[in-house]
Structure formats: structure tokens, C-alpha cells
Design a protein around this ligand. Structure first.
Ligand code: GLA
Length: 411
């Protein structure tokens, strides 16, 4: 009888995941609640690629705080590819590059933390990162323990050199490894949308990239000689406008690090930033803060736009209409309010002539509705920071090529 009780208890425990040998599989689930609004910060890749170093990162952290970016909400400093040496050490540990980071990674992380900021690193699920540094495949638990010991707050986990493994399993393993290591770390999934992470990654990650890499242009496709493409920001928005029901608090569709302040003009940068806010995308700046113009800073710190991005409802916007290159994008936000962005996708100036009374906006995925025949909203132009009447009157405005007009509609 005693033996029978033991066997029954053992079977039940194994099923419930209490068995010792199985703890890795059972660790399960991301750290919840770390990104209830889209995370905001800076990532090194778009400007610096692998040319990163301690001095530049410290200067970036300094400027993030002194320029007002932190006050506006940006608080993650994330080092992308290129922070390691080309080989692990004799114990299989990752080694931060001592030439790029002469005072050590611990020192840099302390420096960033002392400024009240958070710190992130990058690696890949494959055998090597995209730039040829040691990947995590086969070292998941060891690397997660290392990140926890270093005290990082964010891990971007990429998808190069992953032949023969499946994305869902690989990301689940790393998510479990982070959980087991015990330090709450935002897990940023980056497999470029190739395996539809929005369908399976919510229990594992806090955000997932939805496309290949961004390119600093409005609507172009940049074809790399090695047979892959990078995408202008509107290409990414268009590509992933229909997976909005999968995005929300703590599980965001990530439209990639921004190119604001890089190669586009201020009008296009303003539209780029606006669309990232409309799509409730994570907001990672990808520019060199040390060379930032006041126009770029003003775009990145527009408080009203950031409030749209950070709205607690966490709903990704959608395209309401498009006619002759003039598009209307809408986003439901808290308290029954809405944001409407007119976007001139064309190369010529256009006139906006929007008679609210003729429109009924329905959000088929989340069930919100704006019935202008029944309800009157006040209008505020968020880029002009100006009240502009209400939905009782036809809204008219000029709109330059590639520009936006963004209105907040309040009850
Ligand atoms: C991939 C990612 C980029 C960047 C590079 C680094 O291309 O999509 O965001 O991390 O790798 O090598």
C-alpha cells in the first residue's frame, strides 16, 4: 500500500512538473508584466552596427537623460550585435570585447543603471549571431545565468544560423532559461516574422519583430546582394497592418528600431514616428544622439504622440481608407477617444477634406466604433499642438508629400 501511494504521488508530481529532472521544461512562461506599454529606448544597430564601444554608449546614456529623452519615456539602452569577442572562453562563457569595453560590461551596466536607465544585450538562437559572434544554441541556460548575473533588463534574441531548429521551440527554450535564471528580463523575439511569432510567442516574449530589417526610406525596398531585403517604414506598416489583434500589453508587434534622425528628411521622420505611435510599436531610437538635430529631438520627444503610443489600451491602429495616395489611419485609445492620422503616401501635395458626418469608423478586431452622426468629438492637431474644432465641421487642411496630419479625437 505504501508503495502504491508513493507511485501515485510520483506520477501526479511528474505530471504537475515537480520532478527535479524536468525543471527546465517546466520553468515555463516569460516574466509577465514587464512591458504593459510598448518599451522605449535606444538600440545601437541602425547607426553603429558592430562599431560600438564604452565611450559612445556612456555618451548615449548621458544624452538620453540630459536631452529630455528619458523624461519623455525612453529608458532602455540596448547593445545589439558585436558586443562580444569572436570566441567563448574555455568554460564556454560569452566574453564582452575587452577592446570595445575596456572597463568591463559590469562597469557599463552599473553606469547605465546609476543614471536610472535599463540595459539590454543581444544574441542569437543560432550557432552564431548575424555578424558572426558566438550564438546561444546549446548554451541557453548558461547564457541566461550570465545575463542575470550581469544584471541586464532586456534581451534581443535574433534568428541567424538556425538551420535545423524550429523557432517556437528555440524561443521557448530561451524564455524558460531566462525565467529559470531568475532575473526579470524583457524578452525581445527577433525572427523577422518568418514563423508568425504573433500566433505562438505571447507566453514566451514581451515583443516580437514582425518583419525583416528596416531601411531609412519612406516606402522603398532595399535589395541586398545576398538575396534579402530591408524595408522602408511604410512597407513594414503595410506588410503587418493586419495582425493587429495579436498585439497588446506585454506582447507587442515590434515594427523594428526607428530610423528617425538617420537618412530621411524631417517630414518623413515625423511620419515614421507617427506611424510607430499609431501601430503601438515599441519605440527604439536608432540614431546617434551625439549628432542629433533639435528637429529630430523634437520629433522623438513629442509628448502627445508618445502618449498615443503608450496609451493603456494598447491597441494597434489600422488603415481606415485610402484614396488617391491619401490614407486615413485610425487608433482607438482609452476613454472612448480616437486618433486619426492623414498620411500623404504620394509625391505631390494634397488637400484633406474630411466630412466626419459621412463616416462611421468600426474596429472589426476589438469592437470599438466611432459614430460621428451620434457623437461629437473635439479635435486637436497633435503636431501643431492646437485645438482645431470638432467633428461637427468638415476638416480641411493641406498636406505635403510624405507628411502626416494627426488629430486626437476626444469626447
Ligand atoms: C538582424 C536583426 C537586426 C540586427 C542585426 C545584427 O539583421 O534583424 O535588427 O540585430 O541582425 O546583426
Amino acid at each position: 500500500m505504501k508503495y502504491l501511494v508513493f507511485v501515485v504521488v510520483a506520477i501526479v508530481c511528474t505530471h504537475m512538473g515537480f520532478s527535479q529532472g524536468n525543471t527546465h521544461k517546466q520553468a515555463g512562461g516569460k516574466f509577465e508584466g514587464l512591458s504593459m506599454t510598448p518599451p522605449m529606448g535606444w538600440n545601437s544597430w541602425n547607426t553603429f552596427a558592430t562599431n560600438i564601444d564604452e565611450k559612445m554608449v556612456k555618451e548615449t546614456a548621458d544624452i538620453m537623460v540630459s536631452s529630455g529623452l528619458t523624461a519623455a519615456g525612453y529608458n532602455y539602452i540596448v547593445l545589439d550585435d558585436g558586443w562580444m569577442t569572436k570566441e567563448r572562453d574555455e568554460n564556454g562563457n560569452l566574453v564582452p570585447d575587452p577592446v570595445k569595453f575596456p572597463s568591463g560590461m559590469e562597469h557599463l551596466i552599473e553606469y547605465v543603471h546609476a543614471k536610472g536607465l535599463k540595459f539590454g544585450l543581444y544574441n542569437c538562437a543560432g550557432t552564431q549571431t548575424c555578424a558572426g559572434y558566438p550564438g546561444t544554441r546549446g548554451y541557453e541556460y548558461q547564457d541566461a545565468r550570465y545575463y542575470a548575473k550581469l544584471g541586464i533588463d532586456f534581451l534581443k534574441y535574433d534568428w541567424c544560423n538556425t538551420e535545423g531548429i524550429t523557432a517556437k521551440e528555440a524561443y521557448n527554450t530561451m524564455s524558460n532559461a531566462i525565467k529559470k535564471a531568475g532575473r526579470p528580463i524583457v524578452f525581445s523575439i527577433c525572427e523577422w516574422g518568418d514563423n508568425q511569432p504573433w500566433e505562438w510567442a505571447e507566453p514566451m516574449g514581451n515583443l516580437w519583430r514582425v518583419s525583416g530589417d528596416i531601411y531609412p526610406c519612406f516606402d522603398c525596398e532595399f535589395k541586398h546582394p545576398e538575396n534579402w531585403s530591408s524595408w522602408g517604414f511604410m512597407k513594414i506598416v503595410e506588410m503587418r497592418k493586419d495582425i493587429r489583434k495579436y498585439s497588446g500589453p506585454d506582447h507587442w508587434n515590434d515594427f523594428d528600431m526607428m530610423e528617425v534622425g538617420n537618412e530621411m528628411n524631417d517630414t518623413e521622420d515625423k511620419s515614421h514616428f507617427t506611424m510607430w505611435c499609431m501601430m503601438a510599436s515599441p519605440l527604439f531610437t536608432g540614431n546617434d544622439y551625439r549628432k542629433m538635430t533639435k528637429e529630430t529631438l523634437a520629433i522623438l520627444t513629442n509628448k502627445e504622440l508618445i502618449a498615443i503610443n503608450q496609451d493603456k489600451l494598447g491597441v494597434q491602429g489600422f488603415k481606415y481608407s485610402a484614396e488617391d495616395g491619401l490614407e486615413v489611419w485610425v487608433k482607438p485609445i482609452s476613454k472612448g477617444n480616437w486618433v486619426v492620422t492623414f498620411l500623404n503616401r504620394s509625391e505631390v501635395a494634397k488637400k484633406i477634406n474630411f466630412n466626419w458626418q459621412k463616416h462611421l469608423i468600426k474596429d472589426a478586431d476589438f469592437g470599438f466604433e466611432a459614430d460621428f452622426g451620434k457623437v461629437v468629438y473635439k479635435l486637436k492637431d497633435l503636431w501643431k499642438n492646437k485645438e482645431v474644432g470638432s467633428t461637427k465641421k468638415v476638416f480641411t487642411s493641406e498636406i505635403a508629400p510624405h507628411d502626416v496630419v494627426t488629430l486626437k479625437l476626444s469626447l
